[in-house]
Design a protein around this ligand. Structure first.
Ligand code: COA
Length: 260
């Protein structure tokens, strides 16, 4: 299929998928999410001879700076919940994909971008990578798995801190905390991801698929947390605070939350 916001290329059985909206720091608007859905649920599973995939962001500044806040003002509670459910479907398909997927994080990985990186099986960060879940700043909760997967990588204490403060962490700290697997010089993310996939591809493909399935199976007990996240995203997108938070971002000012 033809994509407008994704670029796909393949070399020696390794696919490179680039999220391509650099003017919006590769923010995941509706069109991009639809394309990711088609890619991971229809196109990628049919690719013969695929050894693995790399996901990265276009430009030098961002991997993905989150969901597209400029589309947020059209949301109400029901649309917010639907949006979160759709995103979960896409990110679950990434997490459960039977070939290894590496996020090559070249810059900001915020909100949906951090969630996308966490849905991948491995993460290679360049020195300029920055991670965070800043949704609370907008008066909403993460909606693409962030509240659940951040705990899986960081543990409860640090996940709680990042989710409540909206603080960003740099690549070095992300490496120390176990959020990323490797830290590499800026610009080398894709090259190193390719080398790691080549190494993994030396191993048995059936065993690789089983490892992915089994490691994911360890976390299956928290399915209820993912469902609650979807509902919470809907509930928070129905608030006046959320309209204020998104409007304030677009108008480049501080939000004045009222708790309504
Ligand atoms: N949705 C829509 N547009 C976004 C975006 C997003 N998530 N993140 C950045 N952009 C846009 C900006 O609005 C800006 O567009 P403009 O030039 O038309 O004003 C452009 O991308 C560049 O971003 P800018 O904010 O000017 O860059 P910066 O270097 O000053 O700051 C960030 C970079 C990532 C810190 C900042 O863009 C940011 O906080 N983004 C939102 C992150 C977020 O809250 N994500 C979670 C959403 S749920």
């Amino acid at each position: 299929m033809e994509y407008s916001n994704l670029i796909y290329s393949e070399e020696n059985g390794i696919g490179l998928l680039t999220i391509n909206r650099p003017q919006a720091l590769n923010a995941l608007n509706r069109q991009t999410m639809q394309e990711l859905h088609t890619f991971f649920l229809q196109d990628a599973p049919r690719k013969a001879g695929l050894k693995g995939l790399i996901i990265t962001g276009a430009g030098e500044k961002a991997f993905v700076a989150g969901a597209d806040i400029k589309e947020f003002l059209q949301l109400d509670a029901a649309a917010g919940r639907d949006m979160a459910r759709f995103g979960h479907e896409v990110f679950n398909a990434i997490e459960q994909f039977p070939k290894p997927i590496i996020a090559a994080v070249n810059g900001f990985a915020l909100g949906g971008g951090c969630e996308l990186a966490m849905a991948c099986h491995l993460r290679i960060a360049g020195e300029k990578a920055r991670f965070g879940q800043p949704e609370v700043k907008l008066g909403i909760t993460p909606g693409y798995g962030g509240t659940q997967r951040l705990i899986q990588y960081l543990g409860k204490g640090k996940a709680m801190e990042l989710l409540l403060t909206a603080d960003m962490i740099g690549a070095e700290e992300a490496l120390q905390l176990g959020l990323v697997n490797q830290l590499v010089p800026a610009g080398e993310e894709v090259k190193e991801a390719r080398a790691l996939l080549e190494k993994i591809a030396q191993n048995g493909p059936i065993a690789i698929a089983k490892i992915i399935e089994l490691v994911n199976a360890y976390f299956r007990y928290n399915d209820d947390g993912f469902e609650r996240e979807i509902r919470a995203f809907g509930e928070t997108t129905g608030t006046q605070d959320f309209k204020e938070g998104a409007t304030a971002f677009i108008e480049k000012r501080k939000p004045a939350f009222k708790g309504r």
